[in-house]
Design a protein around this ligand. Structure first.
Ligand SMILES: [Zn+2]
Length: 274
């Protein structure tokens, strides 16, 4: 196997917080111990919520904490042509279709006809394929979905061991571009990991459920070998104190302003992990 490449990929929709620090520590440690390189990717695919001021602040806080990436950051907002090209590959396989469903439409379609039936216990909405065969034309205000395979995806998480997921039953056909014209996180991150040669993805365990679909999407895009995944534990939310200063939402800027040193911030972040 060639060299390990991982990435740290914050979304510039807020300031760097302790949850990010836990991720950064894990990314740099697990990559450096394998003599790998860490790429920095600004996940500003959501054009409505992303702010350049947050990106500037995140990069500054990262540098202050001592995390150094191997190369300048790339921005998803500047990679539209790459995502378009990837989508074209799926179009040629007949996998892409236009969908005009809102979130409310999807929720409605999933409601059992018999009101007495219990709705499926799922934390995410599984798209039922409403628009699969409607042949809608692409237009502003409409999204694009990728037809998934009904296959079981098996992978070995470096920390959690063997996993099995069936994306077609978890989430249904994958949204690649939303109704606002934004590339979705799932699509953009999977394309970027492929194009940038990222072969080790280190992220929080809250994203474990979406790993199977990223592995399948990578394969449909033509990637011979998916990245290896490592899902790390998250900062414990103190029960009943959702916004307490001891949880993962605490901003690094705030701690800096209080005179904390980088090493203390890092130790504190790690001490809060479950
Ligand atoms: Zn639809």
């Amino acid at each position: 196997m060639r060299g390990i490449i991982s990435r740290f990929a914050p979304a510039p929709t807020g300031f760097l917080h302790l949850g990010h620090v836990v991720n950064a520590v894990t990314v740099w440690r697990e990559t450096r111990v394998r003599s790998g390189r860490v790429l920095l990717r600004i996940e500003d695919h959501d054009r409505q919520r992303s702010r350049r001021q947050f990106e500037v602040a995140i990069l500054e806080d990262l540098a202050w904490l001592g995390f150094e990436a191997d190369g300048p950051p790339v921005r998803q907002s500047e990679r539209g042509a790459i995502y378009e090209e990837a989508l074209e590959r799926l179009r040629r396989q007949g996998r892409v279709y236009v969908c005009d469903c809102t979130r409310a439409d999807v929720a409605q379609a999933l409601r059992p006809a018999d009101a007495g039936l219990k709705p499926r216990a799922t934390s995410e909405l599984c798209y039922p394929g409403t628009c699969r065969d409607r042949g809608l034309a692409d237009a502003p205000g409409r999204g694009l979905r990728v037809r998934l395979e009904p296959s079981m995806e098996r992978f070995v998480d470096l920390r959690l061991g063997a996993q099995e997921q069936r994306p077609s039953e978890q989430c249904g056909d994958l949204l690649a571009r939303d109704r606002d014209g934004n590339w979705t996180y799932q699509f953009a991150a999977t394309v970027d990991d492929y194009v940038q040669g990222v072969n080790l993805v280190i992220r929080g365990v809250d994203l474990l459920a979406s790993t199977g679909r990223q592995i399948q999407l990578a394969r449909l895009l033509g990637r011979a070998e998916p990245p290896v995944f490592l899902h790390h534990p998250l900062i414990m939310k103190s029960a009943g104190h959702k916004l307490s200063k001891s949880d993962g939402d605490t901003g690094i800027r705030e701690l800096r302003a209080r005179g904390w040193m980088p090493s203390r911030v890092i130790e504190h972040a790690l001490s809060l992990v479950e």
